[in-house]
Design a protein around this ligand. Structure first.
Ligand SMILES: Cc1ncc(COP(=O)(O)O)c(C=O)c1O
Length: 377
C-alpha cells in the first residue's frame, strides 16, 4: 500500500468540502478556516470568479506553453497590469512560491554577474535548494548542499553593512510569515534599498505570503515606500490553483539571451485562468480594504484577550500572529476541537491567515474560542 511521506504532522481531520470562509470534515462538522491551506484560500474556498474562469477554460484548452499565444495568458497579463507596481513590467509564471524565489535568485545572478546573497534571520522562502539557502531555520537546512548566504538581523539597520559590491541580491519578506509574523519597518527596508542602490545589488521582496491584499494593501512593501527590483508572488493569487510569478524591473532581465530558464507547466492556460479570475475578484471586491478593516478588528480583539500565556500580538491586515509563552501545538489542537483551524509560525506563534470575507460574527467566534483555549491551558 502506498503511503504519503509525512513531512507535516497529521491534523487528524479529513476535509471534504470548502465554501467561502468555512470547511467541513468527513463527519459533517464545520470549521472556520483561518489556516486556509497555509494562506492560499485568502479569497475564500471555491471563489466563484475563479471556479467560473477554470470551468470555461476547461471547455477550451488545458495545455499551451508560453511558446504559443493564448487568450488566458493575454488576459492574465492585462489583468496583472492593473495590480502590479508600475515599474515591475517583466513577468514570468511558475507553479509554486519556491520556484518563483528560485527564478528571482537566478535573475539576480545573471543581471549582476555576482554570486553573494544577503537574507535575514527568521526568513522563509521555500524548500528547494536555492530558496532553502536563503531560509533561515537550521532545522530545514540541515544536511543539504546550499548556497553561501549571509544572514543579517531583520529590522536592524546595521544589516545593510552586509551588502557590498559582491552582493547579487538581498532578499526579504515585507512581513515575515513562517518566522513568526514579523512586519518589517519602513526604515529597515529603505536602508537595505539604499545599500542595494549604492552597490548595484538587486532587492528581491518575497510577497508569496504577504502579497495580494492580505496585509490590507495590494503588496505589503508598498506601505513602506520602497520599490523592489524583483517581486515574487504565489499562494493566494490563484485561489487554490498552483500558480506563482516573478515580476521584475527591466534592468534585471536585460542580459538574458533566452533558454536560461523555463518551466513545463508555468503559465499554463488553467493557471492563467485562475489568476485572472483571482485578480478580477481582487479588483471588484476591493479585497485589500476589506482585509485591512477585518484585520484591524481581529488584532484589536486579540489584544484584549486576557491571558498570561500571551507575550505579544503582531500583524498587518489578515496576517496575524499571537506569540505565546508555550508551545503552540496543544493550542492549535484545542482550537480545532472548537471549530477553528489555525496554524503555527515556528514553535510558539499561533498564526491566523483567514480569508478576506471573514465576518464580524466569525471574528467574535474566533476571539471567544481563542480566549477560551488560552484560559484553559
Ligand atoms: C514568504 C514565502 N516565500 C516562499 C514560500 C514557498 O512557497 P511554496 O510553498 O508555494 O513553494 C512561502 C511558503 O510558505 C512563503 O511564506
Amino acid at each position: 500500500m502506498v503511503s504519503l511521506i509525512s513531512f507535516y504532522g497529521n491534523r487528524g481531520l479529513k476535509l471534504v468540502r470548502g465554501e467561502r470562509q468555512y470547511v467541513w470534515d468527513s463527519q459533517g462538522r464545520q470549521y472556520l478556516d483561518a489556516h486556509t491551506g497555509h494562506g492560499v484560500a485568502f479569497l475564500g474556498h471555491r471563489p466563484p470568479e475563479i471556479v467560473q474562469a477554470l470551468k470555461e477554460q476547461l471547455n477550451h484548452i488545458m495545455v499551451a506553453t508560453p511558446s504559443f499565444s493564448s487568450d488566458p495568458m493575454e488576459r492574465c497579463l492585462s489583468y496583472l497590469n492593473k495590480i502590479l507596481p508600475y515599474n515591475l513590467t517583466e513577468v514570468y509564471f511558475q507553479n509554486s512560491g519556491t520556484e518563483a524565489v528560485e527564478l528571482a535568485l537566478k535573475l539576480s545572478f545573471k543581471a549582476t554577474g555576482r554570486r553573494n546573497v544577503v537574507a535575514f534571520m527568521r526568513s522563509f522562502h521555500g524548500r528547494t535548494l536555492g530558496s532553502l539557502s536563503i531560509t533561515w531555520n537550521p532545522r530545514y537546512r540541515e544536511g543539504y548542499p546550499l548556497l553561501d548566504v549571509k544572514f543579517g538581523r531583520f529590522n536592524d539597520l546595521r544589516s545593510a553593512d552586509l551588502i557590498d559590491e559582491k552582493t547579487a541580491a538581498v532578499v526579504a519578506e515585507p512581513v515575515q510569515g513562517e518566522g513568526g509574523i514579523r512586519p518589517s519597518t519602513s526604515e529597515f527596508l529603505r536602508e537595505i534599498r539604499k545599500a542595494c542602490d549604492e552597490h548595484g545589488a538587486a532587492l528581491i521582496l518575497d510577497e508569496v505570503q504577504s502579497g495580494f491584499g492580505r496585509t490590507g494593501i495590494a503588496w505589503a512593501h508598498q506601505s513602506r515606500g520602497v520599490e523592489p527590483d524583483i517581486m515574487t508572488a504565489g499562494k493566494s493569487i490563484g485561489g487554490g490553483f498552483p500558480v506563482s510569478f516573478v515580476a521584475a524591473r527591466n534592468w534585471v532581465i536585460e542580459g538574458l539571451k533566452g533558454a536560461e530558464h523555463g518551466s513545463t507547466h508555468g503559465g499554463n492556460p488553467l493557471a492563467c485562468a485562475a489568476l485572472y479570475g483571482g485578480i478580477k475578484t481582487f479588483l471588484e471586491k476591493d479585497i485589500p480594504s476589506r482585509a485591512a478593516r477585518q484585520g484591524e478588528k481581529l488584532i484589536k480583539g486579540l489584544k484584549d484577550v486576557k491571558s498570561k500565556l500571551v507575550r505579544e500580538i503582531r500583524g498587518e491586515g489578515l496576517m496575524i500572529g499571537v506569540e505565546l509563552r508555550i508551545d503552540v501545538g496543544p493550542i492549535l489542537k484545542d482550537l480545532q476541537n472548537r471549530g477553528i483551524l489555525a496554524l503555527r509560525a515556528g514553535g510558539t506563534v499561533l498564526r491566523f491567515l483567514p480569508p478576506y470575507m471573514i465576518t464580524d460574527e466569525d471574528i467574535n467566534t474566533l476571539l471567544e474560542e481563542t480566549e477560551g483555549v488560552l484560559r484553559n491551558e
